[in-house]
Design a protein around this ligand. Structure first.
Ligand SMILES: *[C@@H]1O[C@H](CO)[C@@H](O)[C@H](O)[C@H]1NC(C)=O
Ligand SMILES: *[C@@H]1O[C@H](CO)[C@@H](O)[C@H](O)[C@H]1NC(C)=O
Ligand SMILES: *[C@@H]1O[C@H](CO)[C@@H](O)[C@H](O)[C@H]1NC(C)=O
Ligand SMILES: *[C@@H]1O[C@H](CO)[C@@H](O)[C@H](O)[C@H]1NC(C)=O
Ligand SMILES: *[C@@H]1O[C@H](CO)[C@@H](O)[C@H](O)[C@H]1NC(C)=O
Ligand SMILES: *[C@@H]1O[C@H](CO)[C@@H](O)[C@H](O)[C@H]1NC(C)=O
Ligand SMILES: *[C@@H]1O[C@H](CO)[C@@H](O)[C@H](O)[C@H]1NC(C)=O
Ligand SMILES: *[C@@H]1O[C@H](CO)[C@@H](O)[C@H](O)[C@H]1NC(C)=O
Ligand SMILES: *[C@@H]1O[C@H](CO)[C@@H](O)[C@H](O)[C@H]1NC(C)=O
Length: 758
């Protein structure tokens, strides 16, 4: 993150100089009210005219304009001074003006990983003969079209309703699209306006939807990659790679460059995807925490337009790992946390005293023999403290001491670039690295030399050996894959947590899915993330990886139930999720197995087979969202930013905890509160559901009625949940759940309450 920020600042300056724009300009998105223009050219002409009024000339307007929006809403983006932006905002045909910013993709930064074909594990449970006309739009870093994951064997022609196209660019022609990759667009103007020309980054890129970062190919193939047998990362995690919905179609929207994405480009990608006719949008990108509001970031805004048109949007919760850091928390977005699967990748260390230390790593490299071990603390370069040397950063190690040795390093902070340490050791002549890294040991990394991560217990054993043996030696073994590990899933150490900082009445994240050590397609040009090796499949971790798993599950549900709304699909996935791991205990959190709450995983871990037949569904639509926002004090200005229309609220709004969401949160409970929910029966034939409640500490719960009788599908029933607190929750949340059961289905909603007063 630090590096990206530095680059951004530096290059904005450079852009400013080369373009002769005043250094005070920023990139703004300008929403225009409804006005009819027959085609894009006339929209552009009108936008330029309006801009000319503030820039002083048509020429200046053309220079300032960056993007033009013409489909789901009208508007443009431009480089403007704050004064010019303010002036534009005063024009009666302008609805609102807001600044565009750059967002990171949600892969764990520089955490390169070891993995699992986790999608397989649940595909076994499901039929694979479902129809293949679901279209998933992936907004990311593009695609590597030659990857076997994108072959279109066995697929029929693209669905006729798809209006997208395969936009020709550098090294990408319309021939690169096929019946799997049915569309490919790319956007760079917003990014370049904010960060400078792509050329100035001194990194590999291609001006087309072709992926040079790897991230976009990975996420797209996780959603809907075709079946490819016998793939691995240098023999690790060998197996069949395939997306969760291998029959779905992919429309690619490349809006990210060097793993960074401009708001203005993201908004245009949303606009196009929504208009092209995709059913699902998968977005592994988000603002850095804390997310400011629903009314000022492109993802909230673009996804709102998509939701209004019936498109399901799933987005990653982020990799910040701490409470209150979850991003993409709007209720119209499906917010995905990340968890492990039941495989480990061990790369053990065999010490000269014949003790074996358990290590974990993505290490395909074989050591030919034992080598001497040296602690980096005892190999400090002149003038460097032992502690500073222990982090194995550049220019801190004495090369004469580490030459030919295995070096023991430690991490300074969780954000350390672990791969860089292996590069430092290698450049100093070291032959291996043992990294003491108790926090991140569950996440696989790739290194340029044989290297592995060990925990605290192993570190103590190693320490003892180093202090007692005059000539300590060891060998680091290449990775072996261990299956059926317990407990699994566990919450990933990096997965961002709730509560929802914008509105704690909506529990976020919504769900968790596999996001640790995921094997999927890669761009062979993206070598930085793969320890400088060119690979066609790579193993990486992040909520970026869990989000496309959920997009795939949504695609499967959509193909089985084409008429279901985005919120019905969300409800189906949430109410069927599980909070129990494969050791029959509550899902725990890495690295130390700590206790979890819905702020780790929302409703729990996805259970795709159950999600196809949820029984009851909690549905809500755009009007419900508007009322929800009204009850949170949204007014004209907020709606202008979000919808591009000046909406006003009715005088009497229902409290926001009454949004018909599949989980129940009350962020500020003062005395007894009664929440209302409505369920729609999606099963067959008459049935009766009974309510079961797990009460949060200090709160009594009554469900009225506690029995729901349905005669046929489509019937709706409304019920009340009465919360009577008898204990203050002392500034934090207390948790419970409500489950409706009919003997077949179990429809579970987590409950999170903050009792401020009894
Ligand atoms: C507002 O924009 C319109 C359309 O570009 C233009 O005709 C009009 O002169 C502008 N009004 C003001 C007050 O600048
Ligand atoms: C609209 O967006 C801008 C820019 O992001 C922000 O500064 C402003 O506060 C937003 N307006 C409202 C009412 O939220
Ligand atoms: C650009 O990258 C190349 C290769 O990585 C490097 O040798 C060169 O010094 C870099 N140039 C700048 C200006 O950073
Ligand atoms: C799988 O790939 C490996 C390496 O590419 C090859 O050696 C092996 O024979 C392949 N196995 C099968 C069953 O195709
Ligand atoms: C250790 O590193 C810190 C932070 O980089 C630096 O401020 C300090 O001077 C270093 N001390 C020694 C002895 O190298
Ligand atoms: C499985 O659960 C049992 C009982 O709760 C516990 O004692 C044991 O340590 C757990 N095993 C693992 C691998 O977590
Ligand atoms: C809402 O309240 C305003 C002022 O309090 C009043 O003028 C208006 O008529 C009310 N609207 C409705 C629909 O009740
Ligand atoms: C709870 O509500 C009562 C009555 O409206 C009010 O006096 C009290 O200050 C509230 N307590 C808190 C902690 O908000
Ligand atoms: C809040 O703190 C009080 C006093 O320490 C304690 O009695 C009570 O149990 C706490 N409530 C909860 C829900 O933990």
């Amino acid at each position: 993150m630090k590096l990206a920020t530095a680059l951004t600042l530096f290059l904005v300056l450079r852009f400013v100089l080369t373009n002769g724009i005043k250094s005070t300009t920023k990139h703004y998105i300008v929403y225009l009210g409804k006005h009819s223009h027959p085609n894009l050219d006339s929209v552009i002409l009108a936008n330029h005219e309006m801009l000319a009024a503030v820039t002083g000339s048509v020429d200046g307007a053309q220079h300032a304009a960056v993007q033009h929006y013409s489909k789901n809403f009208r508007g443009f983006s431009a480089m403007l001074t704050p004064e010019q932006a303010e002036q534009l905002e005063k024009n009666e045909s302008v609805v609102s003006v807001f600044e565009s910013r750059t967002n990171p993709v949600h892969t764990t930064h520089s955490w390169d990983f070891l993995g699992v074909d986790s999608v397989n594990q649940y595909n076994k449970l499901m039929r694979t003969d479902y129809k293949s006309d679901v279209i998933v739009g992936v907004i990311d870093t593009g695609v590597w079209p030659e990857s076997q994951s994108f072959n279109d064997k066995g697929l029929g022609p693209a669905p006729k309703r798809f209006k997208g196209e395969c936009v020709v660019g550098e090294q990408l022609t319309s021939a690169h699209c096929n019946r799997k990759l049915i569309g490919a667009r790319f956007y760079s103007k917003g990014f370049e306006a904010e960060n400078g020309p792509l050329e100035s980054f001194n990194k590999t890129f291609i001006r087309s939807a072709r992926d040079t970062d790897g991230h976009g190919s990975h996420t797209a193939s996780t959603v809907a990659g075709s079946v490819v047998t016998n793939v691995s990362l240098f023999g690790i995690a060998t197996g069949t790679a395939r997306g969760g919905a291998p029959n779905a179609r992919l429309a690619i929207y490349k809006a990210c460059w060097f793993n960074l994405c401009s708001d203005a480009d993201l908004l245009l990608a949303f606009d196009d995807a929504t208009n092209d006719g995709v059913d699902i949008i998968s977005l592994s990108v988000g603002p850095l925490p804390p997310q400011p509001s629903f009314f000022s970031d492109a993802i909230s805004i673009g996804s709102f337009h998509a939701f209004s048109k019936g498109i399901f949007v799933s987005a990653s919760a982020g990799n910040s790992g701490l409470p209150s850091t979850a991003a993409n928390v709007a209720p119209w977005i499906f917010t995905v946390a990340a968890s492990s699967v039941d495989r480990d990748f061990t790369s053990n260390v065999h010490l000269g005293n014949s003790k074996m230390l358990k290590g974990s790593s993505l290490n395909p490299l074989t050591m030919d023999k034992q080598y001497g071990i040296i602690a980096a603390t005892t190999a400090a370069a002149p003038g460097v403290s032992p502690q500073n040397a222990s982090f194995c950063k550049i220019n801190t190690l004495d090369q004469t001491l580490i030459k030919g040795k295995i070096v023991v390093c430690t991490t300074e902070t969780v954000l350390d670039n672990r791969q860089d340490k292996s590069i430092v050791v290698k450049q100093g002549g070291g032959v291996g690295m043992i990294l003491i890294d108790p926090i991140a040991k569950d996440v696989g990394f790739q290194f340029v030399i044989p290297a592995t991560l060990i925990g605290q217990k192993e570190a103590l054993e190693l320490q003892a050996y180093l202090t007692t043996d005059k000539n300590p030696v060891a060998i680091i073994y290449p990775t072996t894959t261990v299956l059926n590990t317990k407990p699994a899933p566990t919450m990933a150490v990096f997965s961002s947590m709730g509560p929802n900082v914008i509105n704690p009445d909506i529990i976020k994240p919504d769900i968790t899915a596999p996001g640790v050590n995921i094997l999927a397609a890669w761009s062979p040009l993206a070598t930085e993330e793969a320890a400088e090796r060119s690979v066609d499949f790579n193993i990486i971790s992040g909520t970026s990886m869990s989000c496309p798993h959920v997009s795939a599950i949504a695609a499967i549900i959509k193909s089985c139930h084409p008429s279901w709304s985005p919120s019905a699909i969300k409800s189906a996935i949430m109410t069927t999720a599980t909070v129990i791991d494969n050791n029959d205990t509550l899902i725990s959190r890495d690295p130390f197995g700590s206790q979890t709450t819905p702020f780790d995983y929302g409703s729990g871990h996805v259970n795709p087979a159950a999600a196809l037949d949820p029984g009851l569904v909690y549905d809500f639509n755009t009007q419900d969202i508007i009322e929800f926002l009204c009850s949170n004090g949204a007014g004209l200005a907020e709606f202008k930013n979000l919808t591009g229309e000046p909406l006003t609220c009715k005088n009497h709004t229902t409290p926001s905890y009454n949004l018909n969401y599949p989980s129940v949160g009350i962020g500020n409970m003062n005395g007894t509160v009664t929440a209302i929910r409505t369920v729609t029966y999606y099963g067959k034939g008459p049935t009766v559901y009974l309510s079961y409640v797990e009460s949060p500490e200090g709160v009594k719960i009554g469900v009225i009625p506690h029995r729901l009788r349905f005669k046929k599908a489509g019937q709706k029933k409304t019920f009340k949940i009465k919360f009577t607190p008898y204990k203050n929750s002392n500034g934090s949340f207390v948790f419970g759940s409500l489950t409706w059961r009919n003997g077949i289905q179990s429809v579970r909603s987590p409950i999170g309450l903050n009792v401020v007063s009894v």
